[in-house]
Structures are given as structure tokens and as C-alpha cells.
Ligand binder design. Structure first.
Ligand SMILES: *Cc1c(COP(=O)(O)O)cnc(C)c1O
Length: 469
């Protein structure tokens, strides 16, 4: 083990030093991947030195998600204490299904979940669990909604034509999960949003009324706290009025921005969350822990048992169900994802987590101020969002993002809302500073100036298609 850890130490030391010099890894076109890197597995083993060289090549050419040039996804940066926690969970290698197998780590998970429930304002009937990502914690929410609608479903299967309601801007996991849950993708109603990307609750209500009149069975309303493109927050309180009127399960997908629950300044964005039935948040997004760390909490933990428990005498042999977390889990064997969040939280305190969240909004304000005060930019952003959406000059967003990537300058993505397509800069890396955000714009502008010819070509292509149509 010691030898392996020495290699780890050296590799990480070298990588961190290199990242400081070169925040974007070498771009390897996928077609060239197997030529550029020796990824093939072979019959015989190799020496430790050969292994180390091979690993170094691999990690040095892997996209760098923790640097000040990575704005591509809804995660980024490194919270060192969370990494410490995650490394320990690898070394300990517990499985979180029983107290017998995980001991005090069960207490760690329960402490984290309790703290989230308390902050929502829920009583001791509430609880939660973790799963590898938001897609899966959202799936758990949907399964509980389905089973709560009719308790026989989990025994005999889906025997109602069920419907699910979510905004047109919500994450793709909802239709995907509806297929898994036996509800069906076609029975997901994509409710239109207002101009700021928030679900229109009047349309929500009308759609539910129409479906009920047609003999359908609404089982779930999904609100989003931080939509994937704009970072918009649905009005949870308004949705909860509709959910209560029709007795429908209300879930909040806070995978992206649910962590605002930790901020005094921004928790108003999820006002009404105490009224919902279930709520997910990804600590690996706004709180900066390593992937994956997704939590789901429910107001009434009985639903977790109803949908997920199963007797298994080969597994549950000691202790009370309260400490045998497998009875509330989607999985059987389950890695300890709570420890990384617990170590971070223990280390920096709730105030420290709050600072992490608030910093992202502060960086977003820097970016929004910049584009709003700069005539070459078109702004598509909504306020109170850490997704800054814009276009620069007449440069097509898709082309600019792709070239920035292929030339190893910046990793940033694009998105669409309505008829507009734009660059989406995500200020989720709380270890960045205002200067890093300004540097992003500098780099982008210098890149466009330097490669004017490439963007010129694109315009000509566009003109050709426009002229020919
Ligand atoms: C990221 C995200 C998800 C999915 O979470 P994963 O952990 O990537 O599975 C779901 N919903 C929203 C709004 C997200 O931003």
C-alpha cells in the first residue's frame, strides 16, 4: 500500500504543479485517442516505473476540471477538505447498508442529512439518503411519488395512466426516470416557463385539471432549483399550492442550486421548500465536493422505507433499522459519499459552506456586470443565477466554445433558451476570484481577435445558407 501511495503523492504533486502552469490539458481528438495514449491492456503486468509513467501520461492529458479555465459544467474546483474526506472513504471502503459494515460512518451520513432537514425546518419524521447523482436522487423522488399515489403499485406494477409535471427547462433526468418508473416519457408534461425560465404555475394548474378531466392520474410535480441552462428557480411556494390542491407529490430538483439552503442571503430562492415532499441537492455541484455527492431528503421518512426497503436476512443481521441505511436506499452496496461532505462541513462550519455558496453568486455578479457594461456582449442571463449566458460580437456560441476547447484555451459550454443559443459561463468554482472571471473574458476576446479568420469563415457559411434558403 505504501508504495502505491508514494506513486499517488508524486503524481498528484506533479499534476498540481503542471495545472498551475497550464490550466487546460492538451486536446486529444477522440479519433486519435488510442494513438496518442497507450490504453491497451495486455496479458503481462508491467513494472511500477512503467505504470507510473503510463499513469502520468494519462492524468496529464485528462481534462482539468479544477482550474480557472474550466467553466464547462455545473461543477468545478477543488475543496481540499472534501477531497481529504473522499480519500479516506476510499481507504476505509465501507458499504453504507448496515451499521455492522459501516459503524460510525452511518452516524456521519445521518448527521449530514439531519442538518439539511433541520435547515429546511422539518421535524424528526424527516430523513434522507444519498445516491451517486442527481439523476438518481430525482429517480428516488419519482418512485416515492408513484408509490405514495397508490401503495399497490410497488407490488402489482403501474396500473394507472400516471402523469408527471416539470418545466420545459428542467433536467432530462425527469423524462428518463419516468421511463424507468413505468410511467412513460410521453406522460411527462413539460410545462412552459415565463421569460425568466421559471415554470408557469397557472399553466401547470390548467394542465393538471385537463389531465384529471381526461381520466389521467397526476402523481408528481417537479420544481427545479437552478435550471440546467439559465440557473432559474421555480416558484416552489406557488407550486406547493397547486400540489396541495390536487394532492400531488411535490419534489424539488435542487441538484444544481439546492445548496442555497445553506446561505442566509440566497435561501429565499427556494422559499417554500418546507412545503415539499422531497428535495434533492448535489454537494458535488455548489458545495464543491468531489463527484458524486447527491442527497435526497423527505419530509416523511416512511416513504423511503415504503419504496426502498426489502427484507434480506443475509444482510440485516444486527441493530435497528434506523442505523441500517440499506433499508432506505436505491442501492445495495453503496460507497460512503457522505464523508467528503461531512469532513468539509466539520472543517469550515456551516458559515464556511455559506461562504462557498455566496462566493459563486458574487463571481456571477462580476461576470454579469462585465457583460452588461460591455457593448460587444449580448446578455441572456437572469439575475440570482450562477449561470451567465451571453454572446460575444456576432460569433456563433457553438463554434466559439468548440474552438476554445480544441485550441486548449478554455472549457466552456453553450445552451439555448427559446430561440437563442448562447455561451453559458458557470461560476460554480468557489476557489476562483474575480480576477479569474475577468481573465476568462480577456482570454475569450483575445482568442476571437487572433482567430478572426476562423470566425469569418463561419459567417460566410451562414450567409451562404441564408442566401440559398
Ligand atoms: C446536474 C443536474 C442533475 C443531474 O445530476 P447528476 O448528479 O449529474 O446525475 C439533475 N438536475 C439538475 C437541475 C442538474 O443540474
Amino acid at each position: 500500500m505504501e508504495k502505491a501511495l508514494e506513486i499517488f503523492d508524486r503524481l498528484v504533486g506533479d499534476l498540481l504543479a503542471d495545472e498551475a502552469e497550464q490550466p487546460v490539458a492538451e486536446y486529444i481528438p477522440s479519433a486519435k485517442l488510442y494513438d496518442r495514449l497507450d490504453l491497451k491492456l495486455q496479458e503481462d503486468g508491467i513494472t511500477a516505473a512503467e505504470l507510473e509513467a503510463s499513469l502520468k501520461d494519462l492524468i496529464f492529458t485528462t481534462p482539468r476540471t479544477a482550474t480557472n479555465a474550466f467553466f464547462n459544467q455545473l461543477f468545478g474546483g477543488r475543496q481540499d477538505k472534501a477531497i481529504l474526506g473522499d480519500l479516506l472513504s476510499v481507504i476505509l471502503n465501507n458499504s453504507m447498508y448496515t451499521y455492522k459494515a459501516a459503524g460510525p460512518q452511518i452516524g456521519v451520513e445521518k448527521a449530514v442529512l439531519r442538518e439539511i432537514c433541520d435547515r429546511i425546518g422539518w421535524d424528526a419524521a424527516s430523513d434522507g439518503t444519498l445516491a451517486p447523482g442527481g439523476s438518481m436522487t430525482n429517480f428516488m423522488g419519482m418512485l416515492m411519488a408513484r408509490d405514495a399515489y397508490n401503495e399497490t403499485t410497488r407490488h402489482v406494477g403501474v396500473h394507472h395512466r400516471m402523469t408527471v409535471y416539470t418545466s420545459a427547462e428542467s433536467h432530462y433526468s425527469t423524462p428518463k426516470n419516468a421511463a424507468f418508473a413505468g410511467i412513460g416519457r410521453d406522460n411527462v408534461r413539460k410545462i412552459a416557463t415565463d421569460a425568466k425560465g421559471r415554470m408557469d404555475t397557472a399553466i401547470l394548474r390548467e394542465t393538471i385539471e385537463t389531465d384529471i378531466a381526461n381520466g389521467l392520474h397526476p402523481v408528481l410535480i417537479n420544481c427545479t432549483a437552478g435550471t440546467t441552462v439559465l440557473g432559474a428557480f421555480d416558484d416552489i411556494r406557488a407550486a406547493s399550492v397547486v400540489a396541495k390542491a390536487f394532492n400531488i407529490w411535490l419534489h424539488v430538483d435542487g441538484a444544481y442550486c439546492g445548496s442555497v439552503i445553506l446561505s442566509e442571503k440566497y435561501k429565499h430562492l427556494i422559499d417554500g421548500v418546507e412545503e415539499v415532499d422531497s428535495f434533492t441537492l448535489n454537494a458535488h455541484k455548489m458545495l464543491g465536493t468531489p463527484l458524486g455527492c447527491s442527497l435526497i431528503v423527505v419530509k416523511d421518512k416512511q416513504h423511503l422505507y415504503d419504496s426502498f426497503s426489502n427484507d434480506a436476512s443475509y444482510l440485516y443481521q444486527t441493530d435497528h433499522d434506523d442505523f441500517n441505511l440499506g433499508k432506505m436506499s436505491l442501492q445495495c452496496g453503496r460507497r460512503n459519499d457522505a464523508l467528503k461532505l461531512w469532513v468539509l462541513w466539520k472543517s469550515v462550519g456551516t458559515k464556511g459552506l455559506e461562504a462557498i455558496v455566496d462566493k459563486q453568486f458574487a463571481l456571477a455578479d462580476v461576470a454579469r456586470d462585465y457583460i452588461r457594461n460591455h457593448p460587444d456582449y449580448t446578455d441572456y442571463s437572469v439575475d440570482d443565477s450562477v449561470s451567465i449566458c451571453f454572446n460575444y460580437k456576432d460569433v456563433p456560441a457553438e463554434k466559439l466554445c468548440t474552438l476554445l476547447y480544441e485550441k486548449s484555451e478554455l472549457l466552456v459550454g453553450y445552451g439555448s433558451f427559446g430561440l437563442d443559443t448562447f455561451i453559458r459561463l458557470v461560476t460554480i468554482n468557489a476557489t476562483n476570484e474575480a480576477d479569474d472571471i475577468l481573465k476568462f473574458f480577456d482570454t475569450l476576446e483575445a482568442f476571437v481577435a487572433k482567430h478572426a479568420d476562423l470566425f469569418q469563415a463561419q459567417q460566410t457559411e451562414l450567409e451562404i445558407t441564408q442566401n440559398s434558403s
